[in-house]
Design a protein around this ligand. Sequence first.
Ligand SMILES: C[S@@+](CC[C@H](N)C(=O)[O-])C[C@H]1O[C@@H](n2cnc3c(N)ncnc32)[C@H](O)[C@@H]1O
Length: 249
Amino acid sequence: MTAEKKTNGVIYYSEPESKDFEEIYLKLRKAEGRVYDDDLVLHLPDVPPCHRYYNEWLVRKRSMKMLIRYILRNEMIKTVLEVGCGNGWLSANLLRSTDRKITGLDVNISELEQAARVFGNRVNLAFAYGDIFMLNEKYDMIILPSVISYFEDLRALISKLLGNLNAGGEIHIIDNPFFDNKPAAKQRSLKYFKEMGFEEMAGQYFHHSLKDLSEFNSNVIYDPTTFIHKANRAFDKSTPPFYWIVVRN
Ligand SMILES: C[S@@+](CC[C@H](N)C(=O)[O-])C[C@H]1O[C@@H](n2cnc3c(N)ncnc32)[C@H](O)[C@@H]1O
């Protein structure tokens, strides 16, 4: 994939295919109150205590800090790709705190343009549209934050991304739910999407289990089910409830 053009600050690695996903995804996100104005995006992960998703953002801020510490401890990480960067808040914070070269990739043009508008014109930060399965570029670190549920085949995604790592590179899966009982989780999601009036979203949202990663060289860096993290979470709502997993070649 070679960059062909840049429009409204967004690099295009490939021609946009269909807006079907973006349209339904953004309608649902609007209905959920998860589409933010530029000023809020600029300040993420900090939101006012009265914000509807204040507790979620406490978690995101904590996991972001964990990720930043990890990057700063690893000199070999010079380039980072965020898959599914949305409005770009995490990529922008990684740039600010680590000074590595960061690329945020998504298929959601509206939020990519917002990311470029809010955080653009910074050296070493790029926002790009592209089909991840066509990506040729290589990175030292690829992060998958809160995004794997939009990929039907997690194994295919990880296999593909392993080929996009430089020698010694790593894939980090953070802030994503994993489900032991996938059929039950699928039913819960369907019920939720129906109640929200966006039943079609059920065809765009997928459930994965830790077993889906069993064929890979993966390690759990943070396990939310340990006694200590469960106990912490009982009184500190910023304690992440999600696994943090690293996959290497
Ligand atoms: C819940 S948001 C997560 C945004 C950001 N990574 C974060 O952690 O807050 C999921 C993002 O994944 C994007 N996405 C969904 N399918 C994708 C795909 N095939 N390739 C790239 N991004 C995708 C969506 O457009 C959306 O911006």
